[in-house]
Structures are given as C-alpha cells and as structure tokens.
Ligand binder design. Structure first.
Ligand SMILES: [Zn+2]
Length: 369
C-alpha cells in the first residue's frame, strides 16, 4: 500500500500510542515509529524533526517516558544499524589482529602460554605458568630443561612432549636459558660453550688453531668462524669434540722442557672466582630451602624447585650445570638431600670434580692462596 509523503496515524491510534509508548514502534509495522507529538509515521524520529516541536531527543524521551538509552528508530531500522555496527566493530578488531601492536604499546600484551589458560583463572585457582595439553596433562619445566641440557633440538623436545616448537622456545626463554635460539648449546661449567672455549684452549695449550683442526680431523678453516665471533654458541657436536680435545690436551705427559702442564687453563683461573661465587650463592639458597622443608627431599623435587627459582631469577647458574646433579647422585646414591651441609664445601668438592683437579687447586684459584 502506497503511503503519502507525510503519513500520519488516526487520532485514536495516536491516543493509544500515547497511553502505551511501546506501541509507537509496533502499532502498524516494524518499519515505522510514530511521533507521539504529531502522530506522523517516521523511519526514525530525528533531532531535526523534534525541533519543530521545540524538543530535543532527550527531552522527548523524558516527556513520553522512554528510557534514555532506547533508540528513536523503527524496529527494522535499528536491526539494520546493529548489523552495520557489528560489522564495523569486527573490521576494527580484524585490522588490529592483522597488524599486531608494537612492543611497549599500551595495547600490547605479551602472548604467553599461560595467558591462554583462562579456565583455572575463572575457577579462582592461581593461574598456572604452563599450558595444559589437550589430554589435561601439563609438561613440567624440568622435563624440558633436562632434554635441553642433554642437547636435544627444539623439534625433538616438541615431538616428545606434545607442545609446539614455539612453545618450547618460549618456555626455555622464561627459564632464562642462556642460549634459547634454535641452535642447541652444549653446557660446560654452568654456561653454554661459545667460541671463547676454543680461544681459551689455544691460549692454555701450545697447540695452534691449525694443529687443533688437524687433531680433530676437520678442514683447516673450520675453527676460524668461531674464533672470530667468540660470543656465539658453538654447534653441539663441535663443542663436544672441543671438550674431548681439552681433556686429552691438558692431561698430556710432561713436556721435554720438564714442566708438567697445568690442568686448569689460564682462562679457568680468571673465571673460577666468579663461578664459585655464583655456585655458592645458589647452593646457599638450596640449603635454606631444604632445611626449611625439614624432611628428606627427592632429587626430582629439588630439581623442580630449582627450575621455578630460575624462572624468577633467584637461582642463576645451578640449572645450567647438568653435571651437578650427576655428581649429587654419585655422592649420595639414595638421591635424598638433607640440610646439614655447608655450601662452601659442596661448592669446592663439586668444582674440583667438574674441572678434574684437586680441591686445593680450586681453593687456590678462588682465594689466591
Ligand atoms: Zn512530530
């Protein structure tokens, strides 16, 4: 039915609407809203229209008893507008997802495993650091750290644990692994082996770089890139080979000049004091924790605790010293720890074992006497 350009409702219809203002949107069809002042049928009651009744939209709503939040538009028009608004909102979100916030931006949220695990947050439980797998199991830090210390690649840890390689990478980063890039590090004396280890070996033994490559059966230029960048982590297999060379080079027979070569390299003597201090601090923390627990502690429990403390940055070196736990097992086969030991003695004993020298050599390097 064609309506005239200024359709109005009949006066009794208008009275009905004024008595129950909800009818103004539903009386004839959802396409119209009735102006309660003049009875005209409109798509929406605009501010412009209300000006001829000397009203604003707020005053109109107040006069006729509408909620201030309710819209002055017909039902079908409101529906169309809601769809358009939703589309615009989605478009805005979509754009943001395509181009993530820059770091340090107000809206930037570091996306971590833990952020995704919202279910326990809503249950009022403290949020776990580690995401659960689909089967409800969660992978402990210990599992990942141990595999990495043994020199496993990210992909193989991922395959074994069921997490993605990226998740493993981020977990290692949060565990403050000194080398958390794709390259798997070999650890020695509580730190990843870098090109510096080769330089130290050459300095402490009378072998040239060329001689060393010949001993190891490598091409003559194989070691130069690592010597040029001493801060970079060595490839895992090369690092292991260097370790073996070092063991055979520093335990050589007496040279023809008569002096038996020292077992500690000059570089070891320079760094031993710092290593001892870091180890001593960590061990003091361990002892305090063990003695507070006041019971026997399984080594797995201890290792787990060390992981969590490394996460918070309190323990700095112990996690990256895999030999320490092997040594503990050797010394205490029951794999249990009590709080009745002195960190200094343990540190000396362990360092002597780790460097393969006498305790006196360690204490001489640390205290200089
Ligand atoms: Zn009107």
């Amino acid at each position: 039915m064609a309506r005239d350009p200024n359709p109005t409702v009949l006066s009794d219809e208008l009275e009905k609407c004024r008595a129950d203002v909800r009818l103004a949107k539903t009386l004839l069809s959802p396409d119209w809203i009735i102006c309660l002042e003049c009875g005209r049928l409109l798509g929406r009651i605009s501010a412009q229209h209300l000006r001829r009744h000397d009203l604003t939209q707020a005053l109109y709503k107040e006069k006729w008893g509408y909620n201030l939040g309710s819209g002055l538009a017909s039902q079908s028009l409101s529906k169309v507008r809601a769809v358009v608004a939703r589309k615009m909102r989605l478009a805005r979100v979509g754009r943001r997802n395509l181009r993530p916030f820059a770091r340090k931006h107000a809206g930037y949220v570091h996306r971590r495993e833990g952020n995704l695990n919202n279910a326990s947050l809503h249950a009022g439980k403290p949020k776990p650091g580690n995401r659960k797998l689909i089967d409800g199991r969660s992978v402990s830090d210990l599992e990942i750290a141990e595999a990495r210390l043994q020199g496993d690649a990210l992909d193989s840890i991922a395959a074994r644990t069921g997490l993605s390689a990226t998740a493993i990478l981020f977990r290692l980063r949060r565990l403050k692994f000194p080398c958390h890039t794709g390259r798997r590090p070999a650890f020695e004396h509580g730190a990843p082996m870098t090109g510096q280890a080769i330089a130290d070996l050459l300095e402490g033994s009378n072998v040239t770089a060329l001689g060393l490559t010949r001993r190891m059966g490598l091409s003559p230029s194989a070691l130069y890139p690592h010597l040029r960048r001493p801060g970079k982590t060595l490839p895992f297999d090369l690092a292991r080979a260097i370790k073996r060379q070092r063991r055979s080079l520093v335990r050589r027979a007496p040279s023809d000049r008569g002096g038996r070569p020292t077992v500690l390299l000059p570089a070891d003597l320079r760094t031993l004091r710092a290593k001892y201090q870091a180890l001593h601090e960590d061990l003091a923390l361990v002892r305090r924790w063990v003695s507070e627990r006041d019971c026997r502690i399984k080594s797995a429990e201890l290792h787990e605790w060390i992981c969590s403390q490394t996460r918070t940055g309190k323990i700095r070196t112990l996690l990256f010293w895999p030999e320490f736990f092997q040594w503990c097992r050797k010394v205490s086969p029951s794999r249990e720890f009590l709080g009745s030991w002195r960190p200094q003695e343990i540190a000396f004993d362990f360092l002597a074992d780790d460097y393969g020298v006498k305790r006196r050599a360690i204490s001489k390097a640390v205290f200089g006497s």
